[in-house]
Design a protein around this ligand. Structure first.
Ligand SMILES: *[C@@H]1O[C@H](CO)[C@@H](O)[C@H](O)[C@H]1NC(C)=O
Ligand SMILES: *[C@@H]1O[C@H](CO)[C@@H](O)[C@H](O)[C@H]1NC(C)=O
Ligand SMILES: *[C@@H]1O[C@H](CO)[C@@H](O)[C@H](O)[C@H]1NC(C)=O
Length: 523
């Protein structure tokens, strides 16, 4: 008890040192290039969207809806009834999108320019972007230039004129959610997607099923969701489509995962022949053609809903002992002159071929690379998790890589600090340009063993935001010491709270309670 109190006093002391307001840029993640002035402006009461000159017809309403959402979050829920000054009022946002194409996928142009002039009559903030999704990022940045002023009961935009040029450093900036260990209700998934947009993350990795439960409806094999915990803790395929569309309209791709052949016990609740035997239930039966028919059915159904270029086939933590101890699989191995590691390889490569036949490129967890190396499809993206130094080996072999080393970027590791999240550099020790290009980005992982609707947001935030800046901001603009961004991240955490996201305090480890009475930014 005493030690804990002492820790709090020390943490409070540290915070008082650099949690004070630093006048200047309060943006998260830090844009590529920013310049600003010293004029204060105010947002008009009928702050509006203008799209004159834009080549994007916005038939889907993606741009208009994003504008309304941003306009809605800026006041932080306050009733702002103050009167505006006679000059310095920003009448609206003029958005010019140069491409009519709003197909969201991996590698689209997310860059933007944002200009806020200090004078004009009327004053319009100006956004220019190649795609509507770049414009969405620009609006998020714009929202962070604005703040509620309760002395005047208006929305103030400080430090104009602004000139911001921005684009992401990595095109894959992910967050994993796990709906097998605990079911996550649809409004929670949607709120996670909304929160991702605030720090410009762009891939929701949906680890849908695992050993413990199979919550998803699959048209081709309707008994699979007999593996759900209860009949209500399920997603229909229409629900999945709704999530994909919801995310797309916000510039977020959804990466679906089925983790095979391990992590798949729940599949056999509906189809017991997928188990090696009734009392040895994992991994999926490699000797049974039905196993591959089911995988084909799932991926065929997925291809109609999950439009992202990639699908994730897992492949990690495969304990093959049920294969070597089950008589009919022993016979099959003998007949095919295969040992258990050969069977694991056969399974992973065959599942890859099925996914490719449905138009996907495959992401697999790193064990597949560690075991089979270049035998994997050359289009494989290897998803690191076990530790550091993997991207270096994967890219040296000419394959692409996503970095998620668990010691730094696993959100369920409550002892992984935001400072560690911030400093985890995906390109560490990779010096050759052609190898660097193969690291497509990184992902923070919110595994669900101890996470459900009650605690997901405070376990994700603010640590995921620390990684989001690492993945967005150019290397030379990232702080060499996380102390230098404490104050700015604390303010971003408070911004999340103001927007209704239950982001945890920065002091201490992941998901700590506030250190004591005090302002949000000193916690
Ligand atoms: C639209 O963009 C997507 C994603 O980049 C691309 O695959 C598609 O070919 C584009 N469509 C047109 C008509 O240019
Ligand atoms: C499996 O067989 C391969 C050759 O087919 C061999 O290299 C490997 O060592 C064997 N593995 C085990 C665990 O016996
Ligand atoms: C990078 O290289 C240094 C020096 O060889 C080494 O100490 C460190 O462990 C490496 N980091 C990773 C993540 O591989």
């Amino acid at each position: 008890m005493f030690a804990k109190m002492l820790l709090r006093v020390v943490l409070l002391g540290i915070c008082l040192g650099f949690c004070s307001r630093v006048e200047g840029i309060d943006l998260w993640p830090m844009p590529m290039s920013v310049s600003y002035g010293k004029h204060s402006l105010y947002l008009s009461k009928d702050f509006g969207l203008v799209t004159e000159g834009s080549k994007y017809p916005d038939g889907s309403g993606t741009l208009k809806d994003a504008f309304l959402r941003v306009k809605d979050v800026i006041p932080n829920g306050h009733v702002l009834d103050g009167s505006l000054p006679s000059s310095g009022v920003v009448a609206g946002l003029h958005v010019v999108v140069l491409s009519p194409n709003d197909t969201l996928n991996y590698g689209i142009d997310e860059s933007y320019k944002l200009l806020v002039p200090a004078t004009g009559s009327p004053i319009y903030a100006y956004i220019e972007a190649q795609t509507v999704y770049g414009a969405l990022h620009a609006m998020q940045t714009f929202s962070q230039l604005c703040s509620v002023n309760l002395d005047t009961r208006t929305i103030k935009l400080s430090l104009a004129p602004w000139s911001i040029t921005d684009q992401p450093r990595f095109s894959y900036r992910g967050l994993l959610i796990d709906t097998s260990r605990h079911f996550l209700p649809l409004p929670i998934i949607k709120s996670v997607i909304d929160s991702m947009t605030y720090s410009k993350l762009n891939v929701l990795h949906w680890h849908i099923v695992d050993t413990q439960s199979f919550p998803m409806e699959i048209y081709s094999y309707p008994k699979l969701w007999h593996g759900s915990y209860t009949s209500t803790e399920r997603y229909t395929m229409a629900d999945a489509l709704e999530i994909v569309k919801y995310a797309q309209r916000r510039g977020v791709n959804v990466l679906a995962e089925i983790d095979v052949p391990g992590h798949a016990l729940s599949w056999g609740k509906g189809y017991p022949s997928l188990w090696p035997s009734a009392n040895c239930q994992e991994p999926l039966d490699v000797s049974n053609e039905f196993t591959f028919k089911v995988i084909d059915g799932i991926l065929s159904d997925f291809s109609k809903i999950f439009e992202f270029r990639f699908v994730h086939l897992g492949g990690d933590e495969v304990d093959t002992s049920c294969w070597t101890t089950t008589p009919h699989i022993q016979d099959w191995l003998k007949k095919n002159k295969m040992n258990e590691s050969g069977a694991y390889e056969y399974f992973v490569l065959r599942a890859q071929k099925i996914a490719i036949s449905h138009g996907y490129e495959v992401i697999n967890w790193e064990e597949t690379f560690n075991n089979f190396g270049k035998k994997l499809s050359p289009s494989t993206i290897v998803h690191n998790w076990l530790g550091g130094g993997v991207a270096e080996k994967v890219t040296a072999a000419g394959l692409r890589c996503i970095v998620s080393n668990q010691d730094k970027w696993y959100l369920d590791h409550l002892d992984a600090t935001w400072q560690g999240f911030y400093m985890n550099e995906p390109l560490v020790n990779i010096t050759k340009t052609e190898q660097q290009k193969l690291v497509i980005g990184g992902e923070v992982c919110m595994w669900g063993e101890h996470i459900d609707a009650s605690d997901i947001h405070q376990t994700i935030w603010p640590r995921a935001a620390a990684a989001a800046e690492r993945l967005w901001t150019p290397l030379e603009k990232l702080a060499k010491d996380p102390k230098l961004v404490t104050s700015r991240l604390a303010r971003f955490r408070c911004l999340l709270n103001q927007r209704g996201v239950a982001a945890a305090p920065l002091a201490g480890l992941g998901r700590e309670v506030p250190i004591g009475p005090g302002s949000c930014i000193s916690q």
